[in-house]
Design a protein around this ligand. Structure first.
Ligand SMILES: Nc1ncnc2c1ncn2[C@@H]1O[C@H](COP(=O)(O)OP(=O)(O)OP(=O)(O)O)[C@@H](O)[C@H]1O
Length: 230
C-alpha cells in the first residue's frame, strides 16, 4: 500500500501540493492526470521519496518515508520501488544491460545472475539485440524499454512512471506502455503513471486528476472520501 496523507509541498513561494491525500491499493493501476503545473510530478516525487513534503506523511506499507534519512529513503526506494522518467535517465557510461542490472547488483545479486535476468527481461521487451550497446547508441524507444526493464527487474512492489511515453511516437508509446502494464501486473505491483495522454490513461484502471496542487474534487468524491483507489 502506498499512501500520501495530507501532503503539502512548497518550492520557495510556490505551493506545488496542498493537503493531498491519496491511497493506492496493492496491485492497483492508476493514471495521474491534470494540467501542466498542477503538481503531478511533485506528487510522484513525494511518493517515491525523492522529495520530502513540508507537511504530511508518505506511507509505504505503513512506514512513513518523511521520517527517514536520505540514505534510508534511497534504500527503501531501491528495495520496493521502480521509477521510470520521460527520458529514461539511463546511465550513459553503461551499456543497456548494465543499466538494467544495476538495481539487482545494488541489492546484492551476483553479476552473472543479474546479467541473465536483465537479458531475459530485455528479450521480453524486444530489445535483447541492443543489450551490449551504449545507451547513447540506441533509439528513444529502445532506451525507454530499457528504462522500463530497469524499473521492473528487481520486482518492486510499486512502479511509478512520469510521462514514460512522452518522448515516443504513438507506435512505440503503445508498445512501451503495454509492456510496462503487463510486466507490472505480472508481479502484482502497484502502478501509478503520470500522463497528459488519454490513450495512456485508457490502458489503466483508475484515474486521479490534479488541479492547482490538489486532487480534483469531482474525481476525489468518485473515489471515496479519502481518495482510495483500487
Ligand atoms: N524545482 C522547482 N522549483 C520551483 N518551482 C517548481 C519546481 N518544480 C515544480 N515547480 C512548480 O510547482 C508546481 C507544480 O509543478 P509540477 O512539475 O509538479 O507539475 P506537473 O503537473 O507535473 O506539470 P507538467 O505536466 O508540466 O510536468 C508548478 O507551479 C511548477 O512551476
Amino acid at each position: 500500500m502506498l499512501e500520501a496523507d495530507r501532503v503539502t509541498l512548497t518550492y520557495g513561494a510556490t505551493t506545488a501540493l496542498r493537503d493531498v491525500s491519496l491511497t493506492l491499493a496493492p496491485g492497483s493501476r492508476t493514471a495521474l492526470m491534470g494540467p501542466s503545473g498542477s503538481g503531478k510530478s511533485s506528487l510522484l516525487h513525494c511518493l517515491a521519496g525523492v522529495l520530502v513534503p513540508g507537511h504530511g506523511q508518505v506511507l509505504v506499507d505503513g512506514q512513513d518515508l518523511t521520517g527517514l534519512s536520505d540514505r534510508e529513503r534511497s534504500r527503501l526506494r531501491l528495495e520496493r520501488m521502480g521509477v521510470v522518467f520521460q527520458f529514461g535517465d539511463l546511465v550513459p557510461e553503461l551499456t543497456v544491460a548494465e543499466n538494467v542490472m544495476l538495481p539487482l547488483q545494488l541489492l546484492g545479486t551476483r553479476h552473472a545472475a543479474a546479467r541473465s535476468r536483465a537479458l531475459e527481461l530485455l528479450g521480453e521487451l524486444g530489445v535483447a539485440d541492443v543489450a551490449d550497446s551504449r545507451t547513447g547508441a540506441v533509439s528513444g524507444g529502445q532506451a525507454q524499454r530499457a528504462a522500463v526493464a530497469r524499473a521492473l527487474v528487481h520486482e518492486p512492489r510499486v512502479v511509478l512512471a512520469d510521462e514514460p511515453t512522452g518522448s515516443l511516437d504513438t507506435v512505440n508509446a503503445e508498445a512501451v506502455l503495454d509492456a510496462m502494464v503487463a510486466l507490472s501486473t505480472g508481479i502484482g505491483a502497484t502502478l501509478l503513471v503520470v500522463t497528459h495522454d488519454n490513450l495512456v490513461a485508457s490502458h489503466l484502471d483508475e484515474l486521479v486528476v490534479m488541479r492547482d496542487g490538489a486532487l480534483d474534487g469531482a474525481h476525489d468524491a468518485a473515489l471515496g472520501a479519502r481518495g482510495v483507489v483500487g
